[in-house]
Design a protein around this ligand. Structure first.
Ligand code: ASP
Ligand code: MG
Length: 422
């Protein structure tokens, strides 16, 4: 049985935490034999290295920057090898290139092209714990690359896929995936099991526990993921594996809230032909991400188009659209900040009608105005006033039967703090 474990930066932030993780790895080794362990850089090391680079160079050269950033993870594996060997556990630390992780040459956001696992296999057969530096690889030209922030999750899943591991365990500073953010919904409950698609929606929607790219990769290769805290032995959450009959055939799995949403409405865009192409082409060029889009039927007064976007991009979008008013003729631009998106997610809703009706009924009964709606097979999102978002999330959480009744009595442990690693 093969297992890949990954420990995030906060789990390794201090020498004491490194020793804590060493104990956990030693225990896993004694229980299951040789395993592969991927490590992140200690604590905020990557941020500190980035800041250091900027003090030396206003625009650090990408390949030199990757070489610098890759050192954070190397510190972690070297320290862990020492700690494990002190405990009598045979361990070997490998940098990404030594572990056979080949990537594209896109520095700072390299993609893994292949994993040449012969060296890993050899060490595993030799009875060792193989420690691999996360977040890094090497190009065909033998230059060191990094995979983008939070990339160690991706390293772990890629190794699990290459080694055909039975599972990939991701240890972090939160104890699992919850039905909602417990700071927003106090009755949020830890989930024992979510599907890959639910996790992808929940990650994109702000209940971030795992890097979405790692979840995509796990889905593609069918690697079951397990997320839990490294600080104690509380049960975590399984992602993937068997999707059937999860938690009694539940329809809704979670409620996510994104509190920084804005809306722009353009009225009377002319000519209506090609209006969407021009408008969204402009926004894309400016790298402004839009989310929900609603258009009217084109009439004699042109087309009305409304779209939602990240609140932080609102000013830039307004400036851009005002500056291009000649090429993008429209009568009026209305902008509205202070909005939020509340999303109800669940793989079960694909086969069950009535979820949208339930969402609208719950919000209407509470006098909460819905400004925009979008749906997918497994998600319904509504845009509401920011002041009403948390109440909306709590009401929906209750309406879809997700509340942890024990939480009211103060009975359930809450996840520790804010998640700072991917
Ligand atoms: N150390 C890198 C980062 O902070 C990679 C990771 O932790 O996953 O982004
Ligand atoms: Mg990290």
């Amino acid at each position: 049985m093969r297992v890949v474990q990954k420990y995030g930066g906060s789990s390794l932030a201090t020498p004491a935490r490194i020793l804590n993780v060493a104990e956990r790895i030693a225990r896993a080794y004694r229980e299951h034999g040789p395993l592969v362990v991927v490590l992140s850089a200690m604590g905020d090391t990557t941020d500190e290295l980035l800041a250091l680079a900027r003090e030396v160079s206003p625009r650090p050269h990408p390949d030199a920057l990757d070489l610098l950033l890759s050192t954070g993870e190397v510190v972690s594996i070297a320290l862990m090898e020492m700690a494990l060997r002190d405990r009598g556990v045979p361990a070997v630390a490998l940098m990404g290139w030594q572990a056979g992780i080949r990537t594209t040459p896109s520095f700072g956001r390299a993609l893994i092209e292949s994993v040449e696992s012969a060296r890993l296999e050899r060490h595993l057969s030799g009875g060792k714990v193989v420690l691999v530096a996360g977040f890094q690889g090497v190009t065909a030209e033998e230059e060191i690359t990094t995979l983008g922030r939070g990339g160690s999750d991706t390293t772990a899943v890629a190794l699990a896929a290459a080694l055909r591991a039975e599972r990939c365990e991701i240890y972090t500073d939160v104890d699992g995936v919850y039905t909602s953010d417990p700071r927003v919904v106090p009755k949020a409950r830890k989930l024992t099991h979510v599907t890959y698609d639910e996790m992808l929606e929940l990650a994109h929607l702000g209940a971030v526990v795992l890097h979405p790219r790692a979840v995509e990769l796990a889905k593609r290769y069918g690697v079951p993921l397990y997320v839990a805290t490294s600080l104690d032995d509380r049960e975590g959450t399984w992602i993937g594996g068997e999707a059937q009959d999860m938690e009694g055939g539940r329809v809704v799995t979670g409620v996510a809230v994104d509190e920084s949403v804005a809306r722009v409405t353009l009225r009377g865009v002319r000519p209506p032909e090609g209006a969407l192409k021009r408008l969204f082409g402009l926004l894309a060029e400016a790298e402004i991400n839009v989310d929900i889009i609603i258009t009217s039927a084109a009439g004699p007064d042109g087309l009305d188009v409304a779209f939602s976007l990240e609140a932080g991009d609102l000013e830039r979008a307004i400036e851009l659209l005002a500056a291009r008013r000649s090429s993008l003729a429209y009568d009026r631009l209305d902008a509205e900040g202070g909005l939020a998106k509340v999303s109800v997610v669940g793989a079960g809703m694909a086969s069950r009608p009535g979820v949208a009706a339930g969402v609208f009924r719950t919000l209407a009964d509470a006098g909460i105005d819905v400004k925009m709606v979008s749906t997918s097979e497994i998600k319904i999102s509504v845009v509401v006033e920011r002041e009403q978002a948390r109440r909306a999330a709590r009401l929906l959480h209750t309406a879809f039967g997700l509340d942890d009744e024990a939480a009211e009595a103060g009975g359930t442990p809450s996840p520790q703090g804010e998640r700072r690693e991917a």
